[in-house]
Design a protein around this ligand. Structure first.
Ligand SMILES: [Zn+2]
Length: 325
């Protein structure tokens, strides 16, 4: 097993095909009616966010009020109302404590994927620690749902330049795709030279599909427009424009949200003003905006939108998904 660091050159980020939607239908067995975008949920407690790291110690997590199930059920009901499917990137820590919640997600027809084990940023882990976290989260989730877990999203999109070794670890631990490289330039995270659309990554360890969060390119700059705080704090039109832009290129845009973002009643921690705005700002806007987004765009899970099968060489699909056609 390759444990050496293998930096990914910018050439590797050229999209591997001209478009995900390509000549195939957007979803097998369904009439094509425009691009199906990726709706994704990062399943974590309201106190586990990166912005709260200086204020809430992991040792205290077990003593704090759990609200993740209510938020997830709100999102499940929303998706059901709109006939949409989603990918849920779930923390192993949450899955250990709420296995029935993970089962409910899978039984509702959504894709279960991994958000790592304990929300530690990749930048704060050694390759060995990261591997252990990836392995433990994947095993925990697979034990609960009884099916392979293919997708991964790093806490706080923390696979940043210098941490490309993490992509090797993901391949070696059996993941087919990653959604951690946010192609923007900003303090804290971002992989500015990453491609904006779903694409194939080739590293020393093998092949991985990368599914970056949606961005909007204006004046030569990639603006984050794919969800989260940007969705709550910036105009709705930004996210809608990003998804329309993706559809215009014939590729799915990737939208993300968290259960705590549809929970305006969550308790308030005494945090800095910037963390307060980022985490608590616009919480009451999230649900009405999500209703509108789901009414205006078609969404599926990453798996359901057939993004992997369109990008991965058939040989690899056959190895990784032997049960699928
Ligand atoms: Zn997270």
């Amino acid at each position: 097993m390759n444990t050496e660091s293998s930096p990914v050159s910018s050439a590797d980020f050229a999209p591997a095909s001209s478009g995900v939607a390509g000549r195939e239908s957007p979803s097998e067995g369904r009439a094509p009616a425009g691009v199906e975008h990726h709706f994704t949920v990062d399943v974590e407690e309201h106190f586990q966010v990166s912005a709260f790291e200086p204020y809430v110690a992991p040792a205290d997590w077990s003593r704090l009020e759990s609200r993740v199930a209510a938020g997830v059920h709100r999102l499940l009901a929303l998706l059901q109302r709109h006939g949409a499917r989603a990918t849920f990137f779930i923390l192993g820590w949450v899955a250990e404590r709420h296995p029935l919640l993970v089962k409910a997600i899978a039984e509702a027809g959504h894709e279960v994927a991994s958000h790592g084990f304990d929300h530690r940023r990749v930048t704060r882990q050694t390759p060995e620690q990261f591997r252990e976290s990836v392995r433990r989260a994947k095993r925990t989730l697979e034990d609960v749902v009884g099916a392979p877990v293919r997708g991964f999203r790093a806490p706080n999109f923390s696979i940043v330049p210098g941490c490309e070794w993490a992509l090797d670890v993901l391949i070696e631990e059996g993941h087919s795709y990653d959604s951690s490289l946010f192609p923007i330039q900003r303090p804290g995270y971002g992989f500015a030279r990453g491609a904006r659309d779903p694409h194939l990554l080739k590293t020393a360890a093998g092949t991985l599909v990368e599914v970056p969060p949606a961005t909007l390119r204006r004046c030569g700059v990639n603006l984050p427009a794919g969800g989260g705080a940007y969705f709550r704090l910036l105009p709705y039109a930004l996210a809608a424009a990003a998804l329309r832009d993706c559809a215009g290129r014939g590729v799915p845009g990737t939208f993300y949200i968290h259960p705590w973002e549809v929970d305006p009643e969550q308790p308030r921690f005494a945090v800095s003003w910037s963390a307060r705005i980022r985490h608590y700002g616009g919480l009451r806007r999230t649900m009405p905006r999500l209703e509108r987004l789901l009414a205006e765009f078609r969404f599926n899970s990453v798996h359901g939108a057939a993004t992997l099968r369109r990008l991965l060489p058939q040989r690899i699909v056959a190895q990784q998904h032997p049960s699928r056609p």
